[in-house]
Design a protein around this ligand. Structure first.
Ligand SMILES: Cc1ncc(COP(=O)(O)O)c(C=O)c1O
Length: 442
């Protein structure tokens, strides 16, 4: 994968200043970008991105948890190109094979009784569909969601999002109550795991009893919260949560949009918990950058959605072939195992950096979904510092992410093909960045 990586890119590119000008003139300003001095990205290969001047970047954000198989994987790209040249689009009113092959494949790799899928083109749509089918199945209309969760940009999915930063709509959908997440580093009950009695999970019952009419269709959760700052609850949280949901007949929707397809060291993050979702949603990494979203559920719940429901692009031959090829690559090269092995190594080395740099308050996550929360004295979120670190590491050819309610969590979600050498490169650059921030006392 390392050959030809520094080759010069010769095409005439407009450059970052002109892109920013066009963005300002022609795009809705909500579409923001990272960095004070951003670059024009023109090519991707494996774990690397290249700007228009041929500079190489080690991509440790993976298009926000999308490029699990790496950029432009040849085995995926070839199959997409072949399909584009053969049959690009029909919609689901005509019979095509890739959509049903994909549905069969997804049912084989998802846990428990999950069997029947609906395909669409994004994660937001997938969660919309999952929330709808939970209402159709239960005949109930309220929802529960977790604080610090993120589920999308449509009106309903934004309304079940528990992060102010992403809640642009000031008149959200009603009938939604939030329950505490398991953010052990900043426990809202001021308790310390494991002596905390998992108070946060027990509060779910209190919220059902005090903040809802009792007519709750579903709870939607991310098994590890991505945009919330890589928050991975302890096992007991899930066990207690599921007991409460079963008691009240509430459907569990597990949003695997960011965690799915090998990222956490299992095909799906919920598999770490032993809990079976009633509905699972997916998008992002399933097709390695080609737009596919969807939800899968059991026979019983599926049978409640019989009225016509169509997504123009859902299950399109090209995107379905892309998803099938991606899943084949993930399995063929055992990227799930690599995520587990490399994830442990990354976390260990970040913990060593934590001993050296007090700005790293917490290191957490599973597999290659890892976060390092940056703080000052008394855990004050290090918001200014994180931006300097992101800029510094980018200038030295390493791209990292930023998440968290206070936007102070350095986020590591690289392609699952990375090597130990790549991790060392990131750690070395980050070590220098942290030293720089400390020396300059920003
Ligand atoms: C956990 C989760 N759910 C849903 C979404 C929304 O997906 P999309 O942007 O494809 O609509 C995202 C996007 O970041 C996400 O991280």
């Amino acid at each position: 994968m390392r050959q030809n990586l520094n080759m010069q890119i010769k095409e005439p590119y407009i450059g970052q200043q002109e892109i920013i000008r066009k963005k300002r003139e022609f795009m809705i300003p909500c579409v923001y970008h990272f960095y004070q001095e951003p670059m024009q990205i023109v090519r991707g290969e494996g774990q690397y991105l290249f700007d228009h001047q041929g500079k190489r970047y080690l991509d440790f954000y993976g298009g926000v948890s999308v490029l699990n198989a790496g950029h432009c994987h040849p085995e995926i790209t070839d199959k997409i190109c072949q399909q584009v040249k053969t049959l690009q689009h029909t919609t689901t009113i005509y019979l095509t094979q890739p959509i049903v092959d994909l549905a069969e494949k997804v049912s084989q790799i998802t846990p428990g009784n999950l069997k029947k899928s609906f395909f669409c083109a994004s994660g937001s749509e997938a969660n919309e569909g999952a929330l709808l089918i939970s209402q159709l199945y239960t005949g109930k209309h309220e929802f529960l969601a977790l604080s610090h969760g993120l589920h999308g940009r449509t009106r309903l999915t934004m309304s079940v999002t528990g992060l102010k930063f992403w809640r642009t709509d000031s008149h959200p959908v009603g009938g939604i109550s939030f329950v505490p997440n398991a953010y052990c580093y900043r426990c809202v009950f001021n308790r310390t795991y494991p002596d905390c009695d998992i108070e946060c999970a027990k509060q779910i019952e209190n919220v059902i009893e005090t903040s809802t009419s009792g007519e709750v269709a579903a709870l939607i959760i991310e098994p590890i919260q991505g945009n919330g700052g890589i928050i991975a609850p302890p096992q007991e949280y899930f066990t207690i949560m599921k007991e409460i949901l079963d008691k009240y007949g509430i459907v569990l929707i597990v949003d695997e949009i960011q965690t799915g397809f090998g990222r956490t060291g299992k095909m799906f993050a919920i598999e770490h918990t032993g809990i079976e979702p009633d509905i699972m949603t997916f998008a992002k990494a399933i097709a390695n950058g080609t737009p596919v979203g969807g939800f899968i559920t059991n026979d019983d719940i599926a049978s409640s959605y019989k009225r016509p429901g169509a997504s123009t692009f859902g299950g399109n031959p090209v995107t379905s072939v892309a998803a099938l090829a991606t899943l084949e690559v993930i399995e063929k090269y055992d990227l799930t195992q690599n995520a587990e092995t490399m994830g442990k190594s990354l976390k260990n080395r970040l913990q060593l950096l934590q001993n050296k740099h007090s700005i790293i308050g917490d290191v957490r996550g599973k597999g290659l979904m890892v976060g390092a929360e940056l703080v000052g004295n008394n855990k004050v979120p290090a918001q200014k510092e994180i931006d300097i670190i992101l800029e510094y590491t980018k200038d030295r050819g390493v791209l990292l992410g930023k998440t968290g309610a206070s936007r102070n969590v350095l986020t590591f979600q690289p392609p699952l093909i990375i090597t130990d050498e790549d991790i060392q490169e990131v750690i070395d650059v980050l070590d220098c960045a942290l030293t720089y921030v400390e020396m300059h006392k920003v």
